[in-house]
Design a protein around this ligand. Structure first.
Ligand SMILES: O=C(O)c1cc(=O)[nH]c(=O)n1[C@@H]1O[C@H](COP(=O)(O)O)[C@@H](O)[C@H]1O
Length: 284
């Protein structure tokens, strides 16, 4: 299989950079006239896959909203990932896991191993047990043409005290960007994007400029998952300001703003089209 960075670039060239989340919030299920139970979850996920697959570059199911129904919910998540694969749409499983040693190896196998029912094209991981603690996931992703997005500057306001903190000569968020750039350099190849990305919330305001992270971000060749568009307040215009010269690497990401157009599949598709038009000008 081609490296994830190459496959992502092709998908973005075809559909634009928008990433849409599948976040089955209880409130959204109710607004779709569904019960907040396993049948409602399945109906929600199936409609979202029908609306998004073949129309967006990458779809991001949020694991927690499936896990809350226990093993039945995980089965719906497995089916959702399988349906996206069947439709040829890239999946990015949002699990934000991070662990050590053999435990991290097991998480890596679960989300990035070829034989796992939960395998996705890429996964979100948390580096706060140490960037290198995620090594089993980096290695497995590279081996199977999959990707990893490592949390750098998240969209939630309470992240600031940890992620902006200065460690040695730079911020923690900056150290993550630099290390992800190292993974992409090790991967080699001449693709515009590497297979290793970062998560930087679209709501971080001037933090990238203030922490002097724009240049390292461009140098890293990391695709940037940027959640926060819509429900959390970011717009295409604010994304342009926030990411400056790195804006061409950004995958603007939204969940509730699009999902609230359901349950009609046609209305969901219209909402996707509108969001895609909004961010179309962000491409280089
Ligand atoms: O990794 C993520 O996807 C993520 C990182 C971050 O910094 N902020 C953030 O909101 N997210 C996820 O992105 C989605 C945002 O959903 P909306 O606010 O409804 O668009 C949720 O699934 C969040 O868990």
């Amino acid at each position: 299989m081609a490296p994830f960075g190459v496959r992502l670039q092709e998908a973005v060239d075809r559909h634009g950079p928008l990433c849409v989340g599948i976040d089955p919030h209880p409130e959204l299920l109710r607004s779709w006239d569904l019960c907040d139970d396993i049948r409602g979850l399945r109906a929600f996920a199936e409609a979202a896959v029908e609306a998004f697959s073949g129309n967006v570059a990458v779809v991001k199911p949020q694991s927690a909203f499936f896990e809350r129904f226990g093993s039945d919910g995980v089965e719906v998540l497995e089916d959702t990932l399988a349906a996206l694969k069947e439709e040829g749409t890239l999946s990015l499983l949002d699990v934000k896991r991070g662990d050590i040693g053999s435990t991290m190896q097991a998480y890596a196998t679960a989300y990035l191993g070829d034989c796992s029912p939960l395998a996705a094209d890429a996964v979100t991981l948390s580096p706060y047990l140490g960037f290198e603690s995620l090594r089993p996931a980096y290695d497995l992703a590279a081996q199977h043409g999959r990707g990893v997005f490592v949390l750098s500057l998240t969209s939630n306001p309470e992240a600031r005290s940890l992620q902006h903190a200065q460690a040695e000569r730079q911020s923690i968020a900056g150290a993550v960007i630099e290390s992800v750039g190292g993974l992409n350099a090790d991967e080699g190849g001449d693709a515009r994007w590497g297979s290793f990305g970062v998560v930087i919330g679209a709501t971080v305001g001037d933090a990238l400029h203030h922490l002097r992270l724009i240049e390292p971000l461009v140098a890293s060749r990391a695709p940037v998952l940027a959640p926060g568009m819509g429900a959390q307040g970011a717009t295409a215009e604010s994304i342009r300001r926030t990411f400056g010269d790195a804006v061409g690497q950004v995958l603007p990401t939204t969940s509730r703003a699009v999902l609230s157009a359901g349950p009609s599949v046609r209305r969901l598709r219209d909402a996707v089209l509108q969001a895609q038009e909004d961010v179309a000008g962000l491409r280089p």
